[in-house]
Design a protein around this ligand. Structure first.
Ligand code: NAP
Length: 540
């Protein structure tokens, strides 16, 4: 539907870009709780955001317990949805989000298959106007960018990669049609969460899998299991308690250990690591002893323990040696695996260590490394995302005085609370740079940010205010806080997407707030204290 240039844009109160976990809740909250006229836009053909695209074999949540990768704002939703496994498949997460959209009657206000090509702020009217790929225009006082922290797929720029004549898929843009690996020689580049989930599943079907590994990774056994009706009922009974605990305990509902590694003997520590390993999931890291990503000695001991487990699992000594990670465990996103290391014991799987044997180029029939040619029928790129900032930069909104976000963020991703950007009034981000994001519960984090945004919009309405915008001083103070917290841990010592280190040329800056509960306390306090660090304008 193309709208002529001179036609007035459709007027709304708020526009939401993205219909994933954050966007769906924003639509519900702003429309049904605040009574605003709202529309959401998404390039995908359905709800789910990143879950709509992440359909690669083996894709699952990396939260260890499904009921906590879910919305918490409605007891009815929690009561009506049964999670079948402790570590949900992407298919079930998507089905859950479809159920929520249906149950809350959200679909009538979402425009799918719609790419927002431009967004610009009009100072005098205090409104945002967006233009879609079909030329339709919409205008609203508020624009909520729920564009996803892990959305912009990163494709490596190896020489000749586009000449490869076989099938080529990125895990973050997996086709909706079935992909068959049967009888095929499949190359997989990347061993992050996506690669480690996909490789065992691909290997079950393919003739041969060649894994091209740049950095060996730690992965902890997910110990995925079916959820019994009793377990589900237990979560429902404790729903309010869990909800409060998640808010207080950094997004995780259960108390973790207060034990200090220094108070235990090496043998006691070993015994405890074994117990936590047997439980699976993130227990080893968060519940062995206090401070695994802060205390280098404890971290080294846990890292060595996991390396030993890898060594014990992989039969071929040379392959095991290539798989040995050497960074501080937990400082790249922790990965939960379902048989990843065991997969290297199969005859149809081989590993190329790109540190010894870099890919020099691709040609129509496969990859060329220093000493070999790897003939391939299919290439799977599990090479991650331009995380956290990438999708906002894609949108590239134009704020006050014609400044584009790409210009504003050319050297640092300045924000206040990861929600607001100076020079971009009435624009709110969900999970923007400087938010807790993956360091907290993503659904709960989105809920709390949206509720704050809703309260802020209500504050503007009640006080005859037309715009809110953060200040550059507040952004500088926020960045200092983020970096200070990160620098008190081992995270900055490892190259990861948390630091933007996975994207060539991306400015290095720690992108997440590591103390989610503190973050949400501060966010609440700022609103209670009259929005220190923000400036308002009267309705023009
Ligand atoms: P990722 O963690 O960034 O991993 C990308 C992998 O590709 C890394 O092994 C990286 O190596 C490698 N790589 C990147 N560029 C390369 C190049 N030019 N040549 C060779 N190798 C290259 O991406 P991801 O696995 O998609 O995961 C991203 C995040 O998404 C995760 O951390 C997690 O938060 C989320 N995720 C979640 C789930 C879930 O279960 N909910 C599932 C998948 C992903 P280096 O390590 O050397 O950079």
């Amino acid at each position: 539907m193309t709208q002529p240039e001179n036609t007035a844009p459709l007027q709304l109160d708020a526009m939401i870009i993205g219909a994933g976990v954050g966007g769906l809740y924003a639509l519900h909250h702003l429309r049904d709780k605040l009574g605003l006229e709202v529309r959401a836009f998404d390039a995908a053909g359905g709800v789910g955001g990143t879950w709509w695209y992440n359909r690669y074999p083996g894709a699952r949540v990396d939260a260890p317990s499904s009921p906590f990768y879910a919305y918490t704002f409605s007891k009815e939703l929690a009561d009506e949805w049964d999670w079948s496994e402790s570590q949900s498949t992407s298919k079930q997460v998507l089905a859950y989000l479809e159920f929520v959209a249906d149950r809350l009657d959200l679909l009538r206000d979402i425009q799918f298959n719609t790419w927002v090509e431009d967004a610009s702020y009009d100072d005098s009217g205090q409104r945002w106007t967006i233009t879609t790929h079909t030329g339709e225009r919409f205008t609203a006082r508020f624009m909520i960018c729920a564009v996803g922290a892990l959305f912009v797929a990163h494709k490596p720029n190896y020489q000749g990669i586009d000449d490869f004549a076989g099938e080529c898929y990125h895990t973050g843009r997996w086709p909706h049609e079935p992909v068959s690996f049967e009888g095929k020689r499949v190359g997989v580049i990347g061993t992050g969460s996506s690669g480690i989930q996909a490789i065992p599943e691909i290997a079950k079907e393919a003739a041969h899998v060649t894994v091209f590994q740049r950095t060996p990774q730690y992965a902890l056994p997910a110990r995925n299991r079916m959820m019994s009706p009793e377990e589900t009922a237990g979560y429902r009974d404790e729903w309010e308690t869990h909800r409060q605990s998640m808010r207080r305990r950094g997004g995780w509902p259960f108390a973790t250990t207060k034990l200090r590694a220094a108070d235990a003997t090496p043998a006691e520590r070993r015994q405890r690591f074994e117990e936590k390993w047997a439980l699976g999931g993130i227990n080893l890291l968060i519940d062995s002893y206090v401070g695994a990503v802060v205390d280098p000695e404890l971290n080294a001991e846990i890292s060595a323990f996991v390396r030993e487990k890898i060594q014990d699992t992989v039969n071929d000594a040379a392959t095991a040696a290539k798989l040995m990670p050497d960074y501080h465990i937990g400082t790249k996103r922790l990965i939960l695996d379902n048989g990843y290391f065991e997969t290297y014991n199969r005859d149809n799987v081989s590993l190329v260590d790109l540190r010894d044997e870099p890919i020099e180029s691709f040609n129509s029939s496969g990859a060329v490394t220093a000493s070999s040619e790897h003939a391939l029928d299919m290439l799977v790129l599990a090479t991650g995302y331009d995380a956290v900032s990438g999708s906002m930069l894609n949108l590239n909104p134009q704020g006050r005085n014609g400044i584009r976000l790409q210009e504003k963020w050319s050297e640092r991703f300045d924000t206040n609370f990861g929600i607001s950007v100076a020079g971009f009034p009435n624009l709110f981000m969900i999970h923007g740079p400087g938010s807790p994001g993956v360091f907290f519960s993503m659904p709960l984090g989105a809920e709390l940010q949206v509720q704050w945004i809703g309260d802020c919009i209500a504050h503007l309405h009640e006080n005859g205010l037309g715009s809110i915008e953060t200040t550059t001083d507040a952004e500088a103070a926020w960045d200092e806080q983020i970096q200070q917290i990160a620098n008190s841990t081992l995270y900055p010592e490892t190259d990861s997407w948390y630091l933007g280190a996975n994207i060539p040329g991306k400015p290095r800056q720690f992108l997440g707030h590591l103390k989610g509960s503190q973050y949400f306390d501060q966010l609440a306090a700022v609103a209670e204290d009259g929005y220190d660090g923000f400036v308002f304008e009267k309705v023009s």
